[in-house]
Design a protein around this ligand. Structure first.
Ligand code: C2E
Ligand code: MG
Ligand code: MG
Length: 580
């Protein structure tokens, strides 16, 4: 029997001896009674003088408040503290010394305490890694966020690939017109959609390790924020594979999303850049992919664009253009020119005072005259279009009213002014137009606002806006007809008074039967709906004759006049023979 007890006792001793935690029994004043070897190991580095008689004394520098805690603990027994972190990383002379200890202190009775100590160094490192990782993960999609992406990119870019000869690439994806989803369905739905997109990306890409059919070893999906995602491709056998993968992503992301009980169609624009041996800078990679993505957007979205060096130069040019344009708008350096829109009459005669179209111009101090085609896009992207649009309309109305005073019956009878996409989205557009009409004394019925065809075809809000403008009494024209998506069969849906047939049709009308028929059909449908037609970009007498023969009411083009500054327009009008 006593042999059994001896054995059990021996086992207990062994257990305490080997336990990977430090166990110390102490008296109320900290005097150490018993400690196991692990305790000696953890405490030793803290006592340079080797004095381990008193626990509180050993920890006096690292946990000076321990004696007070114990004194404050009034209960006869219980846990005084648990998992108390004690930072001891100044015990540096010992290579093996823990940097952080975790202390539990138990009151056994009035005179005795039990301390349990653990080396928490690894635990703290793990926690810190987790925190750092959390800072690199997007909470919505659980994909690496921008910081995480940059880190991954840096790693990928730094990898030596001279030996393996493989490539890596960055694909940047941005959802097209995602703002509309947020605006019309709310941010909560928007977030759900983003989470779905993230999920779909994650399941479409192959994660590291094994080579897929394309021979790619790793594809990582990330979420840079907002509606912007990225895919990192590492270990590409050939740059051409990138295009195949990009096409696959575009196709997958383009499939409908189900949110609640509605189905949503979304497309995305994708910019990609293949890393060559020269480019090791992760930030540059992201910037280059973003440039390519912006090009994809500007080409109408839902497409893939590979980054090229020339795009970067273009982007630089654009940003300097942007800065200059801002200055020009502030200083009101933009001005209007006016192109006559003439009535087409029999025998090649014209009515020169039928109308004019206001066209904005910018004379840049260094670049010279910059085309609106170049800067309207910049103005839209930066929001400057709102100020520009107002300036153009206000100046045009003022000029028009002044011509009426000077020329009376010989003055142009209609003023056409272009509206941009962004202006149509302004909620107070109608109020602004009304205010400008009032301030200038411009009769609403003589103002024609022009919107491009591709715009008019879009959405209920635009319809609503157009109807609001009509209520002011102004006329509406559909610009560049034939270049957009709306068809003759949907013309009746639009509240417009005039259809302007695009120059690309008119310029071919004299030589191509096909285009001639298109013009004729447009005129017939427009007429049946009570709309006028204008042939744009007439440069030759032949084109003018075809336009007239097909029934166009009016024409506009270099044949009659280029756009002119106000004074030159008045001179031009004065030299025109009166229509008989
Ligand atoms: P648009 O409204 O279709 O204007 C007609 C464009 O065709 C003008 O170019 C005009 O100069 C040009 N054009 C007229 N006749 C001929 C011709 O016989 N041959 C050729 N080759 N071209 C001709 P511009 O002034 O460069 O304007 C281009 C576009 O920029 C305009 O197309 C319009 O969409 C936009 N834009 C111009 N001014 C404004 C503005 O004040 N606001 C907005 N939002 N857009 C404007
Ligand atoms: Mg126009
Ligand atoms: Mg046009």
């Amino acid at each position: 029997m006593s042999g059994d007890i001896d054995l059990a006792y021996e086992a207990l001793i062994q257990f305490l001896y080997r336990a990977p935690v430090a166990l110390i029994q102490l008296q109320r004043d900290g005097a150490i009674e018993i400690l196991n070897p692990m305790a000696a190991r953890l405490l030793m580095p803290l006592t340079p003088d080797g004095d381990m008689d008193n626990f509180f004394h050993v920890l006096r520098r690292h946990a000076p408040d321990l004696p007070q805690r114990c004194a404050d603990f009034g209960a006869p027994q219980g846990v005084i503290c648990e998992g108390l972190r004690i930072s001891v990383d100044d015990a540096g002379s010992h290579a093996e010394a823990p940097a952080v200890l975790s202390l539990g202190l138990l009151k056994l009775d009035d005179n005795r305490l039990m301390a349990v100590l653990l080396d928490a160094t690894q635990e703290v490192v793990r926690e810190q890694t987790m925190l750092a990782r959390a800072a690199q993960v997007d909470t919505l999609t659980q994909l690496p966020n921008r910081a995480g992406t940059l880190l991954l990119l840096r790693k990928m870019a730094a990898r030596e690939r001279a030996a393996s000869g493989d490539h890596c690439a960055l694909l940047l994806l941005n959802l097209d017109r995602f703002k509309q989803v947020n605006d019309t369905l709310g941010n909560a739905v928007g977030n759900q959609v983003l989470a779905l997109v993230g999920e779909r990306l994650r399941t479409t890409v192959r994660s590291g390790g094994r080579a897929g059919a394309d021979g790619v070893t790793a594809e990582t999906a990330t979420h840079l924020g907002g509606d912007e995602f990225a895919v990192l491709l590492d270990g590409l056998p050939a740059p051409a594979v990138v295009e195949r993968i990009a096409a696959r992503l575009l196709e997958r992301l383009g499939q409908p999303y189900r949110v609640g009980n509605q189905e949503l169609a979304l497309t995305c624009s994708l910019g990609m850049v293949v890393l060559d041996a020269g480019s090791r800078d992760a930030d540059n990679l992201l910037r280059d992919a973003a440039i390519a993505m912006t090009v994809a957007k500007s080409q109408g979205g839902h497409r893939i664009v590979m980054f090229e060096q020339a795009m970067r130069d273009q982007a630089l040019l654009r940003s300097s253009l942007e800065a200059d344009l801002r200055t020009a708008v502030e200083r009101a350096e933009l001005f209007n020119v006016y192109q006559p829109v003439v009535g087409l009459m029999d025998g090649g005669r014209i009515d020169p005072a039928a109308g004019v179209e206001a066209l904005v111009r910018w004379r840049h101090p260094v670049r010279g005259l910059v085309s609106p085609i170049e800067f309207i896009g910049v103005a839209e992207a930066t929001g400057m279009i709102h100020a520009i649009g107002e300036q153009v309309l206000a100046a045009a109305c003022r000029d028009f009213v002044a011509w009426q005073r000077q020329l009376g019956a010989q003055a142009p009878r209609l003023l056409a002014v272009n509206l941009s996409r962004a202006q149509l989205a302004e909620s107070d557009l109608c109020d602004k137009v009304a205010a400008i009409l009032t301030a200038s004394g411009m009769p609403a019925a003589q103002l024609q606002l022009e919107i491009t065809e591709s715009l008019a075809a879009q959405g209920a809000d635009i319809q609503h806006q157009l109807l609001g403008l009509k209520r002011l009494g102004v006329k509406l024209a559909l610009d560049d007809f034939g270049t957009g998506y709306s068809s003759l069969s949907s013309l009746h849906l639009l509240p417009v008074d005039t259809v302007k047939i695009d120059r690309s049709f008119v310029s071919l009308a004299a030589s191509s039967a096909h285009h001639k028929v298109l013009i004729e059909a447009t005129v017939l449908v427009a007429r049946s709906l009570g709309m006028n037609t204008v042939a744009e970009g007439i440069e030759t007498i032949e084109q003018a004759n075809v336009a007239h023969a097909q029934g166009c009411d009016k024409g506009q083009g270099y044949l009659y006049s280029r756009p002119l500054e106000s004074a030159d327009l008045l001179r031009w009008l004065a030299t025109q023979p009166a229509p008989g």
